[in-house]
Structures are given as C-alpha cells and as structure tokens.
Design a binder for this molecule. Sequence first.
Ligand code: ZN
Length: 456
Amino acid sequence: MSTKVKFIIFFILVFWGCSCFFFTCKSSDEAPEESRIIEKPNIIFISIDTLRADRLACYGYEKIKTPNIDFIAKRGVLFTQAICQVPVTLPSHASMFTGLNPTSHNVRENGTFRLDNSERTLAEILKESGYNTAAFIGGFPLDSRFGLDKGFDFYDDDLSDRKDQETIQGKISWQGHKVSTFERKAISVVESAIKWLSSNKESSCFLFIHLFDPHASYSPPAPFKKLYAHQPYDGEVAYVDYCLGKFFKKLEKWKILKDALIIITSDHGESLGEHNYWGHGKKLFEPSLRIPLIISFPSKMLQPKAVNGLVRSIDIMPTILELLDQEKVTEIQGVSLLPLMSDEEEKKLNLASYGETFFPRLRFGEEELRSYRTERWKYIRLIKDNKTVREKLFDLQNDPEEIQDCAKKEEKKTQEFASLLARVIENDRKLAVNKNTFFAMDEETRRKLKSLGYIR
Ligand SMILES: [Zn+2]
C-alpha cells in the first residue's frame, strides 16, 4: 500500500471516529435543556407522613439507605431547614394545599374538622389550568370526607385493597368514625398510582401520593424488618424509599421522570425519645416540626443545590405555582421560594414560621401550644382555658436540641416574640371568619368539643 493510500485511510478513520464520538455524546445526553420547554410538565407531589428530614441519607444520615429519594435530591433543590406549621396530618396537609396557616384555614385536628369548601387548593388551580389531577392516599386522616379531595378528578382513598395482612383488621372507632382499616402499605399506594398513570400518561398530570408507613406503629415488612431490627422507624423509611424506586422506574420507562416537577416532603416529623416523647402532635419541638423538602425540576433548569434558609409547608403551594408560571394566589401566608432556588448565590427571605398544636387540648383537655420561630429563635406559648400558663424561648443557634429555656434570661426577646405571635394570630384570624370546618361527627365527640368551648 502506498503512503498516499495509507494517509487517506488514516484520515477517513480519524474523521469517522470523531463523528462517532460526537454522535455518541449527543445521543447519550438528553436533548439540550433549552429545547425541552414543556408547556405543562407532569407534577409528582409526594408526602411521606411522619418523615424526619434527618432520617434520610441525602440529609446526612449514615445509618440508612434511601437511594431513590437521594437520586431526586441530587438533581434538585434540598431545603435543609423546612418547618411544618402543625404536627398533625390533616391540618398540615391543609396548609400545604392552601398556603394558609391553620389560624386561617381553621382545620385544627384529624377526624373532627374538614377543609372548608371556599378554600382554593393547589389541585383546584391545576385542574382549572388543564391538568388531569389524581391523589393516592395511604392513611385515613386524609379520607375524602375531610375535604382534601377538592380539585382532584380521581381520589383513591380506598384503603381496603391492601395486601398487607398486618394492617389493622376489623372495625375501629376513631374520632367518632367507624373505619375498617386505618392505613395501607406504600406498595399498594404506589401500584394504584402506576395503574392510573398507565392509562392517563398521555395527558399532563398532577399526582399527589401520600405514604403513611413511617407513622407509628413501626413495623416494616421483610427484608427491612431484619435489616433495621434496632431502628424499625428507619426500616419503614427505607421501605418507602424502595417503593418509590419502583414508581420512579415506571416514570423513567414512560419518559416522564426527566421533565417532571417532583416534590418530596412530609406533613410533620416524629419525636423519637427527645424530651421524653415518642410520636408527634403533643409538642412543638424540632423533631416534630422539622420536615424534608426536596424540589426537582430539571426541565426548568433548576440547578441542584442546598438551601439553608428557613422555609415552611405553606410555601410549597405558591412555589409550585410560580415554577409553572401559574397565576399568583393572593391572601395567603405562604410565599414562593423561587428567589432561594434560582440564583447561584442564596438570597435571604428572612421568613418566620407560625406553629401550633391543638391536639393535646382537643384530644386530652390539656394545654394548646402555639409558636413563633425565626432562623435563630423559637418562642413557645402554652395556653389553658384561654390563659397563657407558660412561655418558653430557645436559642436554636446555640441550643439546637432545645434544652435551655431562656425565656426568663431573655425577657425582652420573649416579649418581642410574644407580640409577634399575637400579631400573626390576629392577622390570620380575619381570613378564618365564616369558614365552616367542623365535621358533623357523632354526638359524643360533638359534646366533647362543645365542653372544651371549641364549638357552639
Ligand atoms: Zn401525619
């Protein structure tokens, strides 16, 4: 072969090689981000009941494997300091869906309240703008009778088709309701969502998925029961992650995952022995109020990052609407978190979070609790018979475990926060006027609420 021919062959090979390299690059990458502007991207809103942020691997917990939630976190915005407004399932979800504090939507407890018909919910707004809306519920507190089904075309709150035999059997009387089952396993919720999506995936969908498993009692199925034998709560969290993995796999297969707006959060945390308390609802300490919040939206070119400023459950709804360029809802307490998410450098919103729980008062005749929290300070007020019986103040920066009550030492600060709390309650209350949120419960429950002065 002559040198000239060799040179020509070499040139052709180099040219072919280069072409292949560029073709490979382009095909292995997704289409350039700029060209993927989706008019109505799918929205997947996942609420994992009773999930503490600090029990997820993506929040730095090393004793658990949550690869599927971590995957979404890795490509999204992770809020390190997200706070719920009330550590009770129905009121907290009502706040997520309306952008309102409980003082305004006036849903104060599970079972004995319902969301008023006049509320404008996230699902309603999305349905009006052309979304196909569906919800898949894991626990009875969100049954459609309590009003959270507003705006959903399909609301699957049928807990009876569960596969899990460990779930409570028989008729249970709870808050005046006779129910045969109280919850269903995550796999049943996820399978229902997959089934619905398989025949609706050609339309733009808003899916709300509620998974109840980390809620007590903690009894994860195999193999998680064995893997997390010393910490069954973690086992429930790992099991939920596994079920979400199955769901995300389907989304990927149907090419939904890459463009969808995905939100992962919780309605409240769980106290695992802190302050000698197990559970949620009775206290306003951080383990009950701290929640995870992850928002991933690759097609909007949201860059992965961690946001450290304080954010709240009530901010989720306005954030979703702004991300979708939807109408701005007025007269709500939540704000869009987009200013924290979009820039390289984190902006400051300096948000303050209102908190409350009426659960001890309505369920046990004890104190009701209210709180006002900034990034550094948390003020808690205990109220009995409409009178303040105790005030507490915690410096979260120097005392993150809320051990040292410095209400007396920091008297001026305590007074300042007491009046800030009073102002929030007063301002919010105007929006609660004329809202009919009492559920027509049985006579016994009604009498109990009446004796507590809660209903007339
Ligand atoms: Zn809950």
